[in-house]
Design a protein around this ligand. Structure first.
Ligand code: ARG
Length: 568
């Protein structure tokens, strides 16, 4: 498709001798269509050109030419140059491109770039909390979008499956395992065992020592300890898998922290050789105080490794295995310092510079929980599985009221309920803390998942009334020149650009906003233009546009992890 922004930048650059890239960065999208499709703020050049913005605008307006008529009008307005794209050309471009690509509209061809996206990463034998739900949803969406744009994306689940607490858990299980039904309800039962043994350790030093011994045995590969630990891991993963299935989330690689423990000696050696490792009361540390990042512990005085050491080993392993261009960590902002530290220390690991530069912490904010029965006494622990099921059953109730005869009621309720939770996690700047409120999340109006699905279902009911879906050759572009059709078309034009914004900034809200805008513009189009009219040309043209909107909504939502219901 023609890149109008680039074209305009080229022309301005040619007539000002200012770098095209710079110009491109200045170009804005005016707040309303009446003001044009693109605007260039001439005051950006006032200093360099030593002229008043208004004068620059008038002069440029006279010089700039679009030989092939790509821009139909240029208006000077208060130091701005406003550009109006040739509507016929835009319409033809968008619909032809759509016709050629359909459900791949906006995608890009294969690139020789590897992007690792690490997300979810819950801790075994522990609660999968609402923060883990967020990283799972965000990470999966970023992963999908990178793939769609042609990158070689790899989804990684970095399980928390290592630590001294497993020595305790083994001891507790050894003592009272038969009192608990771990197989049936693993996480709560293991938590109970853990709490009980921890209490006992506080009173009895001998038992604490036995727990430490268990951990040493686990590290040394003692069959009983390893067997129990493996089982804890398996039952936990099976439990997590239920959540992944509900969300439709997949991983290419599931490797726990335990995978990296035997690789930490090498990390220590490399850092030592690089001359950055220092002794601190028997512990080995990298001092990052001159960078304002405190001290990064590599090995504790008792010889055990820590979270950071295993993360460094993972960086080295990933660089060696994938030679990645980017490695994104979708983890809550609480861990900011941890990631700043390990990214700094990673400079000394001897891995390719592009890998070091490609390390990035994608931070997200907290979700405050609904009060009432979803939260426990202290209001912080929530069963994610219950939350997802509650979303589904609340939607089932709404359907029972609105559309009791719906076919595939359960399947649709699942798509709507889960879709609503997913959308809610992606529709704001990620760093922002958010309050989870059922009424907002599940509303069929406003900026929500169900709203998008509602528009989709509307396009579907329009198209169901056609004998067959219209084809591009049946479309008369002249029938789509009205303002509301044009709004839909220029939104469609932006799809690929929006996806690129998502990965450039690691912000999913570009795509959620896009879908809302497309939904609103289609709704306006639908209210202003009857689709099922007698005039065949008009019917087919509007029908084809509806078909394009339907397809792009489905594709865009799918990238976020949201599926479309058949009815609402
Ligand atoms: N398991 C950790 C937690 O639940 C998150 C791991 C994040 N990833 C990492 N490479 N450190 O807090």
């Amino acid at each position: 498709m023609i890149n109008f922004k680039e074209l305009i930048s080229k022309e301005i650059s040619k007539n000002t001798d200012i770098d095209e890239k710079n110009i491109m960065g200045f170009i804005e999208i005016p707040p309303s269509k009446e003001m044009g499709d693109y605007a260039f703020p001439c005051f950006k050049l006032a200093r360099t050109m030593k002229k008043a913005p208004a004068q620059i605008a008038t002069e440029l307006e006279e010089k700039i030419k679009f030989e092939n008529g790509e821009i139909s009008e240029i208006k000077v307005e208060g130091g701005y140059l406003n550009f109006f794209v040739n509507k016929e050309l835009l319409t033809k471009e968008v619909l032809t491109e759509f016709d050629n690509t359909k459900e791949f509209y906006g995608s890009e061809s294969k690139k020789d770039k590897t992007i690792l996206v690490e997300y979810s990463s819950p801790n075994i034998a522990k609660n999968f909390h609402i923060g883990h739900l967020r990283t799972t949803i965000i990470g999966a969406a970023l992963y999908n979008i990178y793939k769609y744009l042609g990158y070689h994306a790899i989804g990684i689940n970095h399980l928390g499956d290592y630590g001294t607490q497993f020595g305790k858990l083994i001891e507790g299980y050894k003592r009272w395992g038969n009192e608990y039904n771990v197989e049936e309800d693993p996480i709560p039962e293991l938590t109970k065992i853990y709490v009980r043994i921890s209490d006992l350790c506080k009173k009895d030093e001998d038992i604490l020592e036995a727990c430490r011994e268990n951990f040493r045995k686990l590290e040394a590969g003692d069959p009983y300890c390893v067997k129990l630990w493996t089982w804890f891991r398996d039952v936990s993963l099976k439990e997590f898998q239920k959540i992944y299935d509900l969300l439709g989330v997949k991983f290419d690689s599931i490797k726990g922290e335990s995978f990296y423990t035997d690789k930490t000696d090498e990390i220590e050696k490399i850092l030592d050789k690089a001359g950055v490792l220092t002794d601190s009361q028997g512990a080995k540390v990298v001092n990052l105080e001159d960078k304002g990042l405190g001290i990064c512990m590599i090995r504790k005085s008792n010889g055990s490794t820590i979270y950071a050491t295993r993360d460094l080993a993972a960086i080295k392993y990933r660089a060696d295995t994938y030679n990645f261009d980017k490695c994104l960590y979708v983890v809550a902002y609480e861990q900011s310092l941890h990631f700043k530290q390990i990214f700094e220390v990673a400079k000394y690991l001897g891995i390719p510079e592009k890998c070091v530069n490609g390390l990035e912490h994608v931070k997200y904010g907290m979700t405050r929980l609904p009060s009432g029965k979803m939260s426990t006494r202290n209001g912080t622990v929530i069963e994610v599985k219950d939350l997802l099921h509650e979303a589904i059953s609340r939607i089932e109730k709404i359907i029972d009221e609105k559309n009791p005869d719906m076919k595939d009621k359960q399947e649709n309720a699942k798509k709507i309920g889960i879709g609503a939770v997913i959308f809610n996690n992606l529709c704001n700047t990620l760093i922002k803390d958010q309050i989870f409120d059922w009424d907002t999340v599940l509303s069929f109006q406003g900026e929500t998942g169900p709203y998008i699905q509602y528009v989709y279902v509307r396009t579907k009911s329009v198209l169901d009334k056609f004998d067959k879906i219209p084809e591009l050759k049946d479309v008369d572009f002249d029938c789509l020149m009205d303002e509301s059709s044009q709004k839909v078309i220029s939104t469609l034009y932006n799809f690929n650009n929006v996806l690129n914004n998502v990965i450039e900034k690691n912000e999913t809200c570009y795509l959620t906003h896009f879908l809302i805008e497309l939904g609103q513009n289609y709704t306006e189009f639908y209210n202003n233009n009857k689709v099922l009219v007698d005039d065949e040309k008009i019917r087919n043209s509007r029908g084809y546009l509806s078909y394009a909107v339907q397809t792009v909504i489905k594709t865009g939502a799918k990238l976020l992890g949201i599926n479309m219901p058949t009815e609402m």
